[in-house]
Design a protein around this ligand. Structure first.
Ligand code: NAD
Length: 264
């Protein structure tokens, strides 16, 4: 399938690693001019180089900006310029007992996971509408529809993204702009890898045993029964960003290995 993405400009937030990097790479492979973003300039440079080395003809840029504040978001907006595609991928997670989650934690999760995407969308959406084409994708999570007991603040932020995403889509009637959310499940990213490596070490298990037990006991409804690869999420995001996906709007698209036992 030709995704018809050649010549489009895309911004992917939090894209030095994980799902964001895989998405940036996939969009670049489709001929999109991609702008990566991360907080650390060395990691950002390396993320850009890794795609460029693989695809010498691709146009890839990087903008260093910490999106946990309004000033950081503005810095990214100023440096990145106009885009046709905005992937609000950035998101942090941290298992913590509800009683231990402070007001500052709640505010930080809202600011980083929700407001960053809100701020960037608020800026870009009016011009996408004026141009008659645009794509905004929020990377939410299955935790947005199945709130996790061990990080209620994360679940709140992922549910909020679903509401924002659908709400923005409702403002796009007849415009050629789509706004959708993609809901990954447990994905084999760096952060999740480190978290599992520690769990395995603490339990005296190999990583493979820890993964097996996680899916057997903690995610028994997973049909996949393994971690999702970042490229498997990136494939869905790339499709949703494509002109071919014009009829998918205001949707919450699950890429969670079947964890959520739902008919829709
Ligand atoms: P990751 O931790 O692997 O990568 C995070 C990226 O965000 C890095 O590039 C990092 O530099 C950047 N980043 C972190 N804080 C930042 C900040 N303040 N400003 C700018 N950049 C910042 O992330 P991931 O696991 O690939 O997750 C990506 C998205 O997918 C998140 O929204 C997450 O909630 C969601 N998700 C992940 C999983 C999973 O299992 N990994 C599951 C469901 C949903």
């Amino acid at each position: 399938m030709d995704f018809q993405l050649k010549g489009k400009r895309a911004l992917v937030t939090g894209s030095t690693a994980g799902i964001g990097w895989a998405t940036a790479r996939e969009l670049a492979a489709e001929g999109t001019h991609v702008i990566l973003n991360g907080r650390d300039s060395a990691r950002l440079a390396s993320a850009v180089e890794r795609i460029q080395a693989e695809m010498p003809d691709a146009t890839i840029d990087g903008v260093q900006a910490d999106l946990s504040s309004a000033a950081g978001c503005q810095r990214l907006l100023d440096a990145a310029g106009e885009v046709d595609i905005l992937v609000n991928n950035l998101g942090i997670f941290e298992p913590k007992a509800f009683e231990q989650i402070t007001d500052a934690d709640w505010t930080r999760f809202f600011e980083v996971n929700v407001l960053s995407g809100v701020r960037l969308s608020r800026d870009h959406l009016p011009r996408m509408k004026a141009r008659g084409w645009g794509r905004i994708v929020f990377i939410s999570s299955e935790s947005g529809i199945c709130p996790p007991a061990d990080m209620v603040h994360y679940g709140m932020s992922k549910s909020a993204q679903l509401s924002v995403s659908r709400g923005l889509a409702e403002t796009c009637v007849g415009t050629g702009v789509t706004v959708n959310a993609v809901l990954p499940g447990p994905t084999r990213t760096e952060g999740v890898g480190e978290f599992f490596a520690k769990l395995a070490r603490d339990a005296g298990q190999t990583l493979a045993q820890a993964e097996h037990d996680f899916f057997k006991f903690a995610r028994p409804t997973s049909i996949l029964q393994r971690f999702i690869e970042p490229t498997e999420v990136a494939a869905m995001v790339t499709y949703v960003c494509s002109p071919r996906a014009a009829a998918t709007n205001g949707a919450a698209l699950r890429v969670e290995g079947g964890v959520v036992r739902s008919l829709t």
